[in-house]
Design a binder for this molecule. Structure first.
Ligand SMILES: C[S@@+](CC[C@H](N)C(=O)[O-])C[C@H]1O[C@@H](n2cnc3c(N)ncnc32)[C@H](O)[C@@H]1O
Length: 206
């Protein structure tokens, strides 16, 4: 898929299915929040949700008092959905409309969170660009939390192929610059009741 095709795909998904009609919808991103709390710096620091879409994670991160909260996503429609939901609080968030495989510089953060974005990168060159951006962005001692479909998870999502991972195979993608310090599994139930196996990896920036 071309870069333009990728953006068009996601704009179409959010404009036709909305915030809660997508398979990945969660009313409470409980495991993400547990993992984020487990690595958050004492002074709460800076966090970015990469491919955050319209997720309510950003609402909860503002509640937790992070000094900087950013959301990056390729889809303007998704970001606008989250902004509208937050109303006046949306001014406290840095919104970045970009393709994670193309953007050069997004500043520095203590925590990079990604649920269900990295697994769409089926080309090695895209994965390498993603990992390079993560290395430039996450400060030494900071953390990367990545959730993907597990080895026994779906092979496709939103009409696109995905790559599936376990903590070990995720670690080989991020071995340069990050050490695996934790992992967890989760069974996600979609809004229409089917189950999807996810794996979460927690990495520390060396
Ligand atoms: C499966 S959804 C997950 C959304 C959110 N993380 C969640 O858990 O609700 C994948 C998200 O990644 C975004 N996305 C897909 N490819 C991207 C890319 N190359 N760069 C940035 N965002 C991307 C999509 O627009 C979509 O919001």
């Amino acid at each position: 898929m071309t870069r333009q095709g990728r953006k068009g795909h996601w704009e179409q998904v959010y404009s036709t299915r909305g915030e809660t009609g997508v398979s990945w919808y969660q009313s409470e991103p409980a495991l993400s929040l547990d993992l984020i709390r487990s690595v958050a710096p004492a002074a709460h620091g800076r966090i970015i949700d990469v491919g955050g879409g319209a997720s309510v994670l950003v609402d909860r991160l503002l509640d937790l008092g992070f000094e900087t909260v950013a959301v990056l996503d390729i889809s303007r429609t998704a970001l606008e959905t989250a902004r509208a939901r937050l109303g006046r609080r949306s001014g406290a968030v840095r919104w970045i409309e970009a393709d994670v495989t193309e953007v050069r510089d997004i500043g520095t953060f203590d925590i990079w969170h990604d649920r269900a974005v990295f697994h769409f990168l089926t080309e090695a060159a895209d994965r390498a660009r993603y990992a390079e951006l993560a290395r430039r962005t996450v400060l030494p001692g900071g953390h990367l939390i990545i959730a993907t479909f597990a080895d026994d998870g779906p092979r496709r999502c939103s009409d696109l192929d995905v790559c599936r991972y376990n903590p070990g195979s995720l670690a080989s993608e991020f071995g340069n610059g990050f050490s695996l310090v934790g992992s967890a599994g989760e069974t996600h139930t979609t809004p229409w009741g089917s189950q999807q196996a996810f794996t979460y990896g927690v990495f520390r920036r060396q």
